[in-house]
Ligand binder design. Structure first.
Ligand SMILES: [Zn+2]
Ligand SMILES: [Zn+2]
Length: 450
């Protein structure tokens, strides 16, 4: 009896892994996110020319911009994503409400994505991987459906244990619409009769600005600025990013020290989120408390290693002469013979001078010697250690540096060189980033289960 051929298992390929075509383009788009971060904001911006702007509404829009922005930076980000401090219930409720008004998803959604971003920075598992381009990290990852299997997993059990987070996630739609549009509209409407202006300016346009500011942390803060703590990944520090994001622009520091409640550590750097958290911690009842800071010693170590790395790069661009260990060992008689050939004008002869057991070829330098031809000429074929180090002339540091670029060999039995090598070995080396003994090479992807 002939065996029935096995039915081929139809593999489901996620839409994000299929090419965009005329027939499937609309399936690629995440319509829910696109409506909230593109369509409604665009509508708000288009309504501006037709909506008179009253001063009270403008001031209210600014105040609500700071409040909802702080809901993201002080709440979603530093409180819930990184647990940089603890907050009592009234503050958590306020942050959950104003945070929802920033129209960036629930705390649970936002923080789980953000934890994945920190854990898998610059990899395929990073939800807004900066290496996929500015547009993708800024907006693209929300406009297009993403394969959930691509994004790295993170632990959010602590968030699920917070009733405020669970409540906000469960009732996100209603909370968001109330906090983002209804509440700012009612304040302007009941306050000074500007219902429509309140909705457009303090509601839609204000939310659009807060969204774009936050998205800049994922895009701009991974592209623009300095890397004072570690340059092996994309996060960067820049004042401009800090300015538009209520202080979240010191992103190189933040990726290195994510549980620090500060993003800016110097007093003159702009970090109103840090100032607000600190201010709340000083109020009666301590609405914010247990503020976390990394030890100054650890922060300075990172900064020092990065400076050392930059110095090492500059150092390696300079000619320091052939390393001693790479030089050939030359006997005294070989040294003498070569010099004699030079004196006799025989081809292959070179003018060599021994200083501290190291042999230097000065053939081309004799004519340029600042102390004149005669002095250097009389040292050829000799051990000029004493002469070079003060016997005739105490040569400068620059002269020692220049001499090292002319070295061509070490003398057999040159005692000084051996001592020098030993000393060099004894010197404590400063460890650069990634050179600590605890660092191991990451396993190649897919090799884990092997
Ligand atoms: Zn980042
Ligand atoms: Zn973060």
């Amino acid at each position: 009896m002939a065996a029935t051929p096995p039915t081929p298992v139809k593999q489901h390929i996620h839409i994000s892994n299929q090419p965009i075509t005329v027939n499937n383009w609309y399936k690629h788009i995440n319509w829910f996110s696109t409506t909230l971060v593109l369509i409604i904001p665009t509508y708000g911006l288009l309504a501006i020319p037709y909506t008179p702007l009253y001063r009270s509404t403008l001031i209210w829009a600014f105040i609500y911009y700071f409040l909802t922005g702080f809901g993201i930076t002080g709440g979603y980000h530093r409180l819930w994503s990184h647990r940089c401090y603890s907050a009592r219930l009234p503050l958590r409720l306020l942050l959950a409400f104003v945070g929802a008004g920033a129209v960036q998803g629930s705390i649970r959604f936002w923080s789980s994505k953000h934890r994945a971003h920190h854990r898998w920075t610059d990899t395929k598992k990073d939800p807004y991987d900066a290496l996929r381009g500015f547009f993708f990290s800024h907006l693209g990852w929300m406009l297009f459906n993403q394969d959930p299997k691509r994004i790295g997993r993170t632990d959010i059990t602590d968030l699920d244990a917070d009733p405020v987070v669970v409540w906000q996630h469960r009732h996100y739609g209603k909370t968001m619409m109330t906090a983002a549009w209804l509440f700012p509209m009612c304040v302007a409407g009941l306050g000074w009769g500007d219902w429509w202006g309140g909705l457009v300016y303090a509601g839609i346009v204000r939310a659009c600005v807060v969204q774009q500011a936050t998205f800049c942390v994922n895009s701009l803060a991974h592209w623009l600025g300095e890397q004072p703590f570690d340059d092996r990944r994309t996060p960067r520090d820049h004042f401009i990013t800090a300015l538009v994001t209520l202080g979240e622009g010191y992103h190189n520091f933040h990726h290195e020290f994510p549980s620090d409640y500060r993003n800016a550590i110097s007093w003159y750097q702009y970090d109103p989120t840090k100032w607000s958290i600190y201010f709340l911690s000083t109020l009666p009842f301590h609405l914010a408390h247990s503020l976390k800071r990394f030890r100054h010693n650890e922060i300075e170590k990172g900064r020092f290693q990065q400076q050392q790395k930059a110095l090492d790069a500059r150092r390696s661009a300079l000619d320091w002469g052939v390393p001693l260990g790479d030089l050939p060992v030359i006997s005294w008689s070989e040294f003498r013979t070569t010099c004699q050939q030079y004196a006799d004008g025989v081809a292959g002869g070179t003018a060599l001078v021994a200083v501290a057991g190291v042999i230097h070829n000065v053939t081309d330098f004799i004519a340029e010697h600042p102390g004149g031809r005669t002095l250097i000429g009389s040292s050829v074929g000799k051990d000029a250690t004493g002469l070079f180090n003060g016997g005739v002339y105490l040569h400068s540091n620059a002269a020692h540096n220049l001499l090292s670029t002319m070295r061509v060999g070490v003398l057999r039995g040159g005692q000084e060189v051996e001592v020098w090598k030993e000393e060099a070995m004894k010197k404590v080396k400063v460890l650069g980033a990634g050179e600590q003994v605890t660092v191991v090479r990451p396993l190649a992807e897919g090799a884990v289960a092997a």
